[in-house]
Write a protein that binds this ligand. Structure first.
Ligand code: HSE
Length: 291
């Protein structure tokens, strides 16, 4: 039996739609696997009632099939589904690492990224790897046309998860099909700034680099209270704020020591719109690990 702790992740970071991702120090899923004749799945924990246990409909079923590694797979969800915190990616990455170990497949973490990505496709309809890459490799990742680049980074973050459900499928429908050249130039500049910030562990550059005028404004409309929460977090000292993944979580970059204040402020701003939620005071963390 193998147990893996697989972290939540935040994709896009504003300017890096479908490209950037970070592993979060918390929350996390735990995935336990044991050999079996055929794959069966058992899900407990946060939002378990919304997650199908049929291997054909669950992200980890596709991973087991891709690795030719039938198993009884127990998933203890710490990352709520439809949160924008890479819930299905955490399970897929955890299962990929655990089954690779259980069956001695000998695949590297990088080689497991596209396999876990196939699992993602089961729930979101497309195999994008901007969540599974950081869930497996840790740190800050850049996924580009089949390649993934990863670098360790250390930046304090606050993830505020409102009690709203936004499915990745719905959030992808509102993404504009085209962008004006001004917006493209703006986004490239911000993405480059963010990358430099990650390489320097600089929360100011990372926050500045999160600003995006293409995808985030379209998605903000799906999150009740987003603009107020963003303003409140910036006023409380956040260096940048954006939608985490497809939402509804809102991610803030900040300086050490500011997380508690920023998190409380974000919750208050959601509450003003009648939305309850919870906050994770977190930071960029490691990839999935056998525990
Ligand atoms: N990059 C993806 C999106 C992440 O924003 O739609 C969610 O899986």
């Amino acid at each position: 039996m193998i147990t893996v702790r697989a972290p939540a992740t935040s994709a896009n970071l504003g300017s890096g739609f479908d490209v950037f991702g970070v592993a979060l120090d918390r929350p996390a899923d735990f995935v336990r696997v044991s050999r079996a004749e055929e794959t069966t799945i058992e899900v407990t924990g946060a939002g378990a009632q919304y997650i199908p246990e049929d291997p054909k409909k669950n992200t980890v079923g596709a991973v087991a099939e891709a690795l030719d590694a039938p198993a009884h797979i127990e998933i203890d969800k710490g990352v709520r589904p439809a949160s924008g915190l890479g819930s299905s990616a955490a399970s897929a990455a955890g299962a990929a690492l655990a089954l690779n170990e259980l069956y001695d497949r000998g695949l590297s973490r990088s080689a497991l990224v596209p396999i876990a990505g196939e699992g993602e496709a089961v729930v979101s309809g497309e195999a994008h790897v901007d969540n599974v890459a950081p869930a497996l490799l840790g740190g800050f990742t850049v996924a580009v046309e089949g390649d993934v680049h990863a670098v360790d980074a250390s930046v304090p973050l606050v993830a505020c998860l409102p009690e709203i459900a936004v499915s990745t499928r719905d959030a992808r429908r509102v993404v504009p099909e085209t962008a004006a050249m001004d917006d493209v130039v703006h986004t490239v500049g911000r993405a480059a700034t963010l990358t430099m910030g990650m390489c320097r562990d600089d929360p100011d550059l990372v926050g500045e680099g999160m600003h995006d005028t293409v995808v985030t404004p379209a998605r903000a409309d799906l999150i009740t209270g987003y603009d107020g929460v963003r303003e409140a977090a910036l006023d409380a000292g956040a260096t940048g704020v954006t939608v985490s993944g497809a939402g509804p979580s809102v991610l803030a970059a900040c300086h050490p020591g500011d997380r508690r204040r920023i998190g409380a402020t974000m919750l208050e701003a959601f509450a003003e719109e009648g939305v309850t939620g919870r906050v994770y005071q977190t930071e960029i963390g490691r990839g999935a690990e056998v525990v």
